[in-house]
Write a protein that binds this ligand. Structure first.
Ligand SMILES: *[C@@H]1O[C@H](CO)[C@@H](O)[C@H](O)[C@H]1NC(C)=O
Ligand SMILES: *[C@@H]1O[C@H](CO)[C@@H](O)[C@H](O)[C@H]1NC(C)=O
Length: 340
């Protein structure tokens, strides 16, 4: 991203951030008692221990224990799933159930997330490190080829894997995350694409973003999934038990800090250095949500410049597409995987 664009993003974000603080301020002025509501303890819901989603394993790479949920026939081709922010392996429940019939499915909690280790040092959370975790994880499991499914920030790591070790990836499915080159083109050209990233600036603040997420029984966190603006299009599908699975996971100690640290490193590690813009030969399917508040549908287009064999589809939903429209998303993926 160009320096002048970062400056413009900064100005725009400051306005948004001030609005957030004003809202919080007035909210507590009107409801002072809510400032002191005790922190709720969430228990682990049965959905997180559902045997049909796989067995839970810990695999150590780069000195970090990664939590993996593994299912499907042992000798079947491998499908690896990388979740987004702020999510964890459970975001893939509908794809796990669909694809573990004929794939060895591995859904992982990336470093800093869920039950995986959470290094304390902020500088541990870079694209390079997490891409390397994924490459070593495959090596550790003896996998030399996989189908890679990614969503949101997981997509960024997915592109990283495809760009550095294309030999490891048979087919690449990426949701709500453009090729870094395409991303860069658009945020440099266009205000809409740039301004949707205002949260990058917000998350640069220390402590406050974590506090805001947890405040008032995770009100802001819940609204990511349940509000009209950010949440699911298909509201009934995200059940109370699903919400509780997210709340249980993100109410653990330091559950937000690692995930947010990836964003804190965005300007120092991702946007200036670290990103390669090479051409990609791995067959790629790009899925975007028509109403995604974070990623404009323009991000889905224009990939011919970066990827040799690319298909893109726009799904009529918001950001959480693989959970929001699982039947449609699964069938599109299935179609992409069966053609050669
Ligand atoms: C964090 O990691 C960086 C780079 O690896 C290192 O220079 C720094 O000393 C570390 N900080 C702490 C507190 O360990
Ligand atoms: C983007 O926004 C800035 C400031 O609001 C404005 O000066 C500029 O012309 C806009 N650029 C485009 C391409 O719309």
């Amino acid at each position: 991203m160009k320096r002048s664009r970062i400056a413009l993003l900064f100005v725009y974000s400051c306005f948004n951030i001030i609005m957030i603080f004003l809202k919080i301020f007035f909210y507590f002025l009107l409801h002072p008692s809510k400032l002191f509501t005790p922190r709720k303890i969430y228990t682990c819901p049965p959905s997180l221990q559902d045997q049909s989603l796989g067995m839970h394993q810990f695999i150590t790479v780069n000195g970090i224990k990664l939590h993996c949920v593994i299912s499907g026939p042992e000798n079947a081709p491998v499908m690896l799933m990388l979740h987004g922010f702020p999510e964890f392996w459970y975001s893939w429940r509908y794809q796990i159930r669909e694809f573990n019939k004929d794939y060895r499915v591995i859904a992982v909690d990336l470093r800093g997330y869920g039950e995986s280790d959470k290094p304390l040092n902020k500088s541990a959370y870079t694209i390079t490190n997490t891409v390397d975790d994924v490459i070593k994880l495959l090596k550790n499991l003896g996998v030399d080829k996989c189908t890679l499914l990614c969503h949101d920030w997981g997509g960024l790591f997915g592109w990283g894997v495809v760009l550095t070790r294309s030999d490891l990836v048979e087919k690449f499915v990426v949701m709500c995350c453009p090729h870094p080159g395409r991303y860069n083109d658009l945020v440099n050209l266009e205000n809409d694409s740039l301004f949707r990233q205002w949260y990058f600036i917000f998350y640069q603040l220390p402590y406050l973003p974590e506090m805001l997420m947890r405040m008032e029984d995770f009100r802001a966190f819940k609204s990511l999934f349940r509000s009209r603006k950010y949440g699911f299009t298909n509201r009934e599908i995200f059940t109370d038990e699903d919400m509780q699975s997210f709340l249980y996971t993100f109410s653990q100690n330091r559950a937000f800090t690692g995930p947010i640290n990836y964003i804190r490193n965005v300007f120092t590690h991702f946007l200036r250095e670290g990103i390669v813009y090479d051409y990609i030969y791995v067959p790629t399917l790009i899925l975007n949500g028509e109403h995604d508040p974070f990623i404009s549908t323009k991000m889905a287009e224009g990939h011919e410049k970066y990827v040799q064999r690319v298909e893109n589809k726009i799904i009529r939903c918001g950001h959480w597409m693989q959970q929001d429209m699982p039947v449609e998303v699964n069938s599109i993926i299935r179609q992409f995987l069966t053609q050669n």
